[in-house]
Design a protein. Structure first.
Length: 102
């Protein structure tokens, strides 16, 4: 089972703007060669396909695309590969944010 984390500024009392804006994420991830932006995430299972609308920054890891979802001023990530952990830590540091499980 995957662990779910969020990158948030909600714990930063010293920050006047605790929200991580979509525009900030778009500017940040556009500078990363291995990320792309998309507004629909499609997950294909053996018997069905599900599409979710939203703001997704997709990290290309080998053949897999790993979604970082921007939602209500935070980024959400499901850790399905251990390689995501150091990447997630670096992104949180760059965005001056914390990582919270759940």
């Amino acid at each position: 089972m995957n662990q779910r984390f969020r990158i948030t500024r909600s714990m930063n009392a010293n920050t006047s703007n605790q929200e991580i804006s979509l525009e900030e994420c778009q500017a940040y991830f556009s500078s990363k060669a291995d990320f792309t932006y998309q507004t629909v995430l499609t997950v294909k299972g053996e018997e069905s396909t599900m599409s979710v609308e939203g703001d997704f920054f997709m990290w290309k890891h080998g053949e897999a695309l790993i979604p970082f979802r921007h939602y209500m001023g935070e980024l959400y990530i499901a850790v399905s590969h251990q390689e995501i952990v150091p990447l997630m830590i670096g992104i949180a540091a760059d965005l001056r944010a914390d990582i919270v499980e759940g």
